[in-house]
Design a protein around this ligand. Structure first.
Ligand code: ADP
Length: 262
């Protein structure tokens, strides 16, 4: 390990945070934020002694406030830091806490990066065992800048089994490799839909694409999350499935992802 990091600049840790896990995807709409939320909750549910935070780095389209049922502006502490909002025991920070819902963020890359830097460093995270970062989709400046400026323990890549999503997931994996961020594995999302009436299973976006990509890249498959209406509804309602239906097969799929990640 020491050999691997020799010659690389030492990255400045986030105050109070032990391990950073980033959740990334090549494409938008594949379930990255839903996975980040349920992963953070799953880590805490699997081991109640662990403290977990969630950072929404998707500044153009923050969805963590709605998914975590949080609203409002962070207080400023005596040390001039923002105090994250908390729900379900998870401390959260998002651009969505700082701007109105319908105000567009019309910013150039540099402004986005300085906003993210603040969302990461000017926050009183307290003591966290894990900070889960919901990355913006793709492999642009922001993703690169996060990967190169904070020490990341590992990245997980979310993809549907569809070819067009897989190609972008592949690009995402290559980006992390280039900047020496360890990739923990791929999470396949929305691979199977089971009809609630007749129980027939349909592979709407393909069956094993993300698993095949993992094999091709020598990466682990961290889980396989079904396409299920409970996941969509609970996310929209701000009652994530891991906390609102902890005994359901959908919640269990996320809990086993969480166990595979940490
Ligand atoms: P991304 O962060 O990749 O843009 P989201 O997590 O916002 O994607 O998910 C996009 C939409 O798909 C949301 O409405 C979410 O509730 C829904 N969704 C995500 N994963 C699943 C799933 N496994 N089953 C059903 N709906 C899902």
């Amino acid at each position: 390990k020491r050999l691997m990091t020799r010659g690389l600049p030492k990255l400045k840790a986030i105050q109070g945070v032990k391990q950073v896990i980033v959740v990334a995807s090549g494409k938008g709409g594949v379930g990255k934020s839903t996975t980040a939320v349920n992963l953070a909750l799953g880590i805490a549910a699997n081991d109640s002694s662990k403290t977990v935070g969630l950072l929404d780095a998707d500044v153009y389209g923050p969805s963590i406030p709605q998914m975590m049922n949080l609203k409002g502006n962070p207080e400023i502490t005596e040390k001039n830091l923002m105090r994250p909002l908390v729900n379900f025991g998870i401390v959260c920070m998002s651009m969505g806490f700082l701007v109105e819902d319908t105000v567009p963020i019309i910013w150039r890359g540099l402004m986005v990066m300085s906003a993210i830097e603040r969302l990461i460093r000017q926050v009183d995270w307290g003591k966290l065992d894990y900070l889960v970062i919901d990355m913006p989709p793709g492999t642009g400046d922001v993703q690169l800048s996060i990967s190169q400026n904070i020490p990341i323990s590992g990245a997980v890549i979310v993809s549907t089994p569809q070819d067009i999503a897989l190609l972008d997931a592949w690009r995402g994996a290559e980006m992390f490799r280039k900047v020496n961020v360890p990739i923990l594995g791929i999470i396949q999302n929305m691979s199977v839909f089971q009809c609630p009436n007749c129980k027939h299973e349909t592979h709407i976006f393909g069956a094993d694409g993300a698993k095949d990509l993992a094999t091709k890249l020598g990466l682990a498959v961290l889980g396989d999350i079904p396409l299920h209406i409970n996941i969509r509804k609970t996310s929209d309602n701000g009652q994530p499935v891991v906390v609102s239906q902890p005994d359901s097969p959908e919640a269990n799929a996320y809990l086993s992802v969480a166990a595979a990640v940490v």
